[in-house]
Design a protein around this ligand. Structure first.
Ligand SMILES: *Cc1c(COP(=O)(O)O)cnc(C)c1O
Length: 401
């Protein structure tokens, strides 16, 4: 058993999160390597035909095929589960593969889902386009208001699905209030926790059933690989999610899993420093632009709620200028901060959601979500924050702000 999990859960579970981020899930091979080994293999060999038969029958421990199991991928899954405080985790090739799998694995024609309005563009495509195509009805609500979830519940409602803080307007959802509404009615709550990660917010502590991640963002954190993850109970992961993913195959590459393992070792350090930097940049922008949407600032209408459920607010926030022309002008005037739609990177990156990440969302829906023509989303990195502020100061001056 030691080789399979490498660690005794009864011990690792007592470790504090920062210890888990560095050591959780490590399973050493017979070489006793210090850093996690990269098992870049698609398949596995058996000593005897009977061993193969026993493994396929589930009567013998061991791996059969990397769509189903891989030692490097398993180390990452165990580490994320420990960080989340979840019984189990399965990783996916991308965040969107995780979101698609976590919804399709538990919904069928005739079911109903309630989704948060402010969301990643592709998540809105899932709720607005994909699910209805297969006979799954969806209602989209302003997730800042728990009562809106309650009002949307129908007898066939199976899932609540939302992000907090939400991309890109930084709407915050009251986790406890919304999860309580779901619990009382046997509805499964799925929280896309990509912005905060378990380092800053653990939705299960507030009653969430399932958390889903784009590990591409803060978990890798250095802009290298795409990855996704889903955490839940052993029962949910094994009996609901696994039958779907084992047969449809959105499997994470062992190489990408290894990169994310390395990323997790520094997650806590990075996200805390980036959160501090983002707060400083947000405070600077407050005096210069018409509107700053940052839950860590007291000016944010949901500041108190955010601070109740999060340790810090993360590296990402949004702000508004006059319109698309000024927004594009500001981006073009930047010398240090890159124009890029990625987030969670250790580099400062800025994008104009209406013409990039959310350009696929219909204009009326975009405006309803708060994605205006003047909205810009900023990911504050690990550079010296004084350099980032100087770059923004100069670029704002260029567009008359
Ligand atoms: C980026 C992102 C996704 C999608 O993740 P990928 O890894 O790009 O597929 C989903 N949800 C949120 C909140 C995101 O920021």
């Amino acid at each position: 058993m030691k080789r399979k999990t490498g660690q005794d859960r009864s011990i690792t579970q007592t470790w504090r999160p920062q210890t888990q981020a560095v050591r959780g899930g490590t399973a050493r091979s017979e070489y006793g390597e210090t850093s996690e080994a990269l098992f870049l293999t698609s398949g596995y060999c058996y000593d005897k035909a009977g061993d193969a038969a026993a493994r396929f029958a589930g009567e013998q421990d061991g791996m059969t095929y990397s769509r189903l199991q891989n030692p490097t991928v398993q180390m990452l899954e165990e580490r994320i589960a420990l960080l989340e405080g979840a019984e189990a985790c399965r990783t996916m090739a991308t965040g969107m593969a995780a979101m698609t799998a976590v919804l399709l694995c538990q919904l069928q024609a005739g079911d109903h889902l309630v989704g948060g309005r402010a969301a990643f563009g592709s998540c809105r495509w899932l709720t607005d386009t994909l699910l209805p195509k297969f006979g799954i009805a969806t209602t989209i609500v302003d997730a800042r208001d728990p009562q809106a979830f309650l009002d949307a519940v129908k007898p066939n409602t199976k899932v609540f699905f939302f992000e907090t803080p939400a991309n890109p307007t930084m709407d915050v959802v009251d986790l406890k209030a919304v999860c309580d509404i779901a619990r009382e009615r046997g509805i499964t709550t799925v929280v896309d926790n990509a912005f905060a990660t378990p380092a800053l917010q653990r939705p299960m502590e507030f009653g969430a059933d399932v958390t889903a991640y784009s590990a591409t963002k803060m978990m890798d954190g250095q802009g290298r690989v795409l990855a996704g993850a889903v955490c839940g109970t052993e029962d949910f992961i094994t009996n609901t999610l696994l039958p779907f993913t084992r047969n449809t195959g959105p499997t994470l590459s062992p190489f990408n899993a290894w990169v994310v393992l390395k990323g997790l070792e520094t997650l806590d350090l990075r996200i805390r420093r980036q959160s501090e930097n983002a707060l400083k940049v947000g405070a600077f922008l407050e005096g210069r632009v018409p509107r700053v949407l940052h839950p860590g600032l007291v000016s944010h209408p949901q500041h108190e709620l955010a601070m109740r459920q999060m340790d810090a607010c993360g590296p990402i926030f949004a702000f508004e200028v006059e319109g698309r022309e000024q927004a594009h002008g500001l981006l073009d005037a930047l010398e240090l901060v890159d124009i890029s739609n990625n987030i969670g990177d250790s580099r400062s990156l800025m994008t104009h959601p209406a013409s990039t990440t959310h350009s696929g969302v219909a204009e009326d829906k975009r405006l309803e979500m708060g994605v205006t023509e003047g909205l810009l989303r900023l990911n504050v990195g690990l550079e010296d924050v004084a350099d980032v502020i100087e770059d923004l100061d100069r670029a704002l001056g260029r567009v008359g702000l």
